[in-house]
Write a protein that binds this ligand. Structure first.
Ligand SMILES: NC(=O)c1ccc[n+]([C@@H]2O[C@H](COP(=O)([O-])OP(=O)(O)OC[C@H]3O[C@@H](n4cnc5c(N)ncnc54)[C@H](O)[C@@H]3O)[C@@H](O)[C@H]2O)c1
Length: 473
C-alpha cells in the first residue's frame, strides 16, 4: 500500500486497511467505468481503486488514457500519481479510449466529462450528450441493469432532459427498468482533491429510484456513511449554489479588503474576528429563502457601508447590490399580493420579525404601503403591537430612509385587528410574514377557499394545497 493511501487510511479511525478490502470484498464490489479522465475523473479512478473497486477509465484523448494505464497522472494533483501507480500494479485500474467497451465491462458508469461555458454564457452540453449516447449504445445489448452517475456540473434539469433521453434513444431501454440514473455532485478542490475524496465536505445523491440511490450510497459507504439524499434537480442545483456561495464569499472578503485598506483598518484583523462568529456569520442563520430583510440595523448599515464606499471612492458592487436585490424581494411579495386586488387581504405579522414590536423598516409595511397606494383595503394582526406613541417614534427613526411609509403609519391603528381569527375568518387572502405556531395552526385550520401567501416557509414539507402560495418555493 502506498504512503499516501496509508496516511489517509490512518486518518480514518474505523477504516479497514485497503489490502484487507481487496482480499475480502472485491468480488462483491461493483466495477466502475469513468468517462472523462480530467481533474474529476482521474481522481475518482485512483481513489476508488484504492478502496478496492475495479476501475475502467475512458477518455477520447489517447494521451490521457495512456497515462492512466501507465500509472502516470495526466494532471498535477498531490498524491494522485502514487495512487494511480498503486492501482495499476494491483490490477484495479485500466484505461482506454474505447468508451463503449469501458461501459459494457462495468456495472456503474461515472460521467465526468467537461461542461465548459457555451457561447451564450450557458453550459455547453456537447460532451455530456456525446458521452450519454456512448453509454446508451454500450448498454443496448447488456442484460444487466446499469447505473449511470452524473458527476458533471450542469444546469438543473439536465440529467433528466438531456442525459436520460440520449441514453434511452441510443439503448432502446427505459429509465429505472434497464438502467438507473443518479446525480452525484463533485465537491473536490483541485490541489487537495485526493484528501477531499477521503474526507468529503458532504456526499449528495439525487436518484431516479430507491434502487439507484441505494446502489450508489453503498459505493460511498466507506468514505461517507451519512449520504444526503435529494431529488436529481435538487442535487444539480446544490452544486451550482455551492460554487456561487464560494464566489460570493471571496468577493465579499475582497470588497471588505478594498474598503478596509482605504479607511486604514486591517482587513485581516476584521475578517479574523468575523469568521469566529459561528452563531450568526458562518452558520445556517440568515440562509433560508424567504422575505426581504428589514429592521433597525441591516438596511441602515448596508446603506451606511455603501455610503462609505462612495466617500472613499471604492467600488463595491456586491455591497451596492444588496439593497437593490432586497427591493426586488419586496416587489416579488407585492406582486403576489396584487394578484388578489379587490379581495379582502389580511396580514399575520407586521413587525420586522417575530417576537418583537419593532416596526422600523419592516418589509411587511412595504407590502401594506403598496396596497394603500392601490386603494386596496387590508387588515392585520400582530400580538406584539400596541399602537401608541412608540409607533410614531419608529416612523421618526426611518423618516429619511422610508418617507413613503408616513401615511401607512398614521393608518395603522385602523388596520390592526385584535386576534388571528379576526383576520383569518374575515379575509380571502392571508399573508403570513412571521413563522409562529399559532399562525401555522391558523393556516392549517383556515376556512375553505382562503388563499395563503407564505413569506416565511411555515411548513418544511410543502402542503399539497392549491390555495397555498410560497414566495420563493
Ligand atoms: N475540476 C474541478 O475541480 C471540478 C470540481 C467539481 C466538479 N467539476 C465538474 O466535473 C466535470 C469535469 O470537470 P474536469 O475539471 O474534470 O474536466 P476536464 O476538462 O479536466 O476533463 C474532462 C475530460 O473529459 C474528456 N471527454 C470529453 N468528451 C468525452 C467523451 N465523450 N467520453 C469520454 N471522455 C470525454 C475530455 O477529453 C477531458 O479529458 C465538469 O462538469 C466540471 O464542472 C469539476
Amino acid at each position: 500500500m502506498s504512503n499516501v493511501a496509508e496516511t489517509m487510511l490512518e486518518n480514518q479511525g474505523e477504516w479497514v486497511a485497503t489490502n484487507d478490502i481487496v482480499a475480502s470484498d472485491i468480488t462483491q464490489r461493483p466495477s466502475i467505468s469513468v468517462l472523462g479522465l480530467g481533474y474529476v475523473g482521474a481522481v475518482s479512478v485512483a481513489c476508488f481503486a484504492n478502496l478496492g473497486f475495479h476501475m475502467v477509465g475512458a477518455d477520447v484523448v489517447e494521451a490521457k488514457a495512456e497515462a492512466i494505464q501507465a500509472g502516470v497522472s495526466p494532471i498535477v494533483e498531490e498524491g494522485l500519481e502514487t495512487l494511480l501507480r498503486d492501482g495499476v500494479s494491483r490490477g484495479l485500474i485500466e484505461a482506454t479510449t474505447d468508451i463503449e467497451d469501458a461501459v459494457k465491462r462495468t456495472d456503474i458508469t461515472f460521467l465526468s466529462v467537461g461542461t465548459p461555458t457555451a457561447e451564450d454564457g450557458g453550459c455547453d452540453m456537447t460532451y455530456v450528450r456525446a458521452a450519454a449516447q456512448s453509454i446508451g449504445r454500450a448498454i443496448k445489448d447488456k442484460d444487466a441493469y446499469h447505473l449511470i452517475v452524473m458527476r458533471c456540473s450542469v444546469p438543473p434539469g439536465t440529467t433528466m432532459s438531456v442525459v436520460v433521453p440520449e441514453v434511452e434513444a441510443a439503448s432502446g431501454k427505459q429509465l429505472d427498468v434497464g438502467f438507473g440514473v443518479t446525480f452525484n455532485p463533485e465537491f473536490l478542490r483541485e490541489g487537495v482533491a485526493v484528501n477531499d475524496f477521503y474526507n468529503p465536505p458532504k456526499t449528495v445523491i439525487g436518484a431516479s429510484s430507491p434502487r439507484a440511490a441505494a446502489q450508489l450510497a453503498a459505493v460511498y459507504r466507506v468514505v461517507d456513511e451519512k449520504v444526503l439524499m435529494c431529488s436529481i434537480t435538487g442535487a444539480e442545483m446544490v452544486k451550482y449554489i455551492d460554487n456561487v456561495w464560494h464566489a460570493a464569499k471571496v468577493t465579499f472578503a475582497n470588497e471588505v479588503g478594498r474598503l478596509c485598506k482605504a479607511i486604514e483598518v486591517d482587513s485581516h484583523e476584521v475578517m479574523d474576528i468575523f469568521v469566529q462568529d459561528t452563531k450568526l456569520n458562518l452558520s445556517p442563520y440568515y440562509l433560508k429563502p424567504g422575505f426581504a430583510f428589514g429592521g433597525s440595523c441591516l438596511p441602515k448599515e448596508v446603506r451606511a457601508v455603501e455610503h462609505l464606499s462612495q466617500v472613499y471612492q471604492i467600488r463595491t458592487p456586491l455591497f451596492d447590490s444588496l439593497m437593490a436585490s432586497n427591493k426586488l424581494q419586496i416587489e416579488e411579495g407585492l406582486q403576489l399580493v396584487r394578484e388578489f386586488t379587490g379581495k379582502r387581504i389580511g396580514f399575520l405579522g407586521v413587525a420586522f420579525k417575530c417576537d418583537t414590536d419593532d416596526l422600523r423598516e419592516s418589509p411587511a409595511l412595504e407590502l401594506m404601503a403598496g396596497l394603500l397606494e392601490d386603494n386596496q383595503e387590508f387588515c392585520a394582526f400582530d400580538p406584539n403591537l400596541k399602537i401608541d406613541s412608540s409607533t410614531r417614534s419608529h416612523f421618526e427613526y426611518m423618516r429619511h430612509a422610508r418617507p413613503h411609509l408616513a401615511t401607512l403609519m398614521d393608518k395603522l391603528p385602523d388596520v390592526l385587528r385584535p386576534s388571528i381569527d379576526d383576520v383569518v375568518n374575515n379575509c380571502d387572502v392571508v399573508v403570513v410574514s412571521h413563522s409562529r405556531d399559532d399562525y401555522r395552526n391558523a393556516v392549517i385550520h383556515r376556512p375553505k377557499g382562503v388563499k395563503v401567501i407564505d413569506l416565511v416557509r411555515l411548513f418544511k414539507e410543502l402542503p399539497d394545497d392549491p390555495d397555498y402560495i410560497g414566495i420563493s418555493w
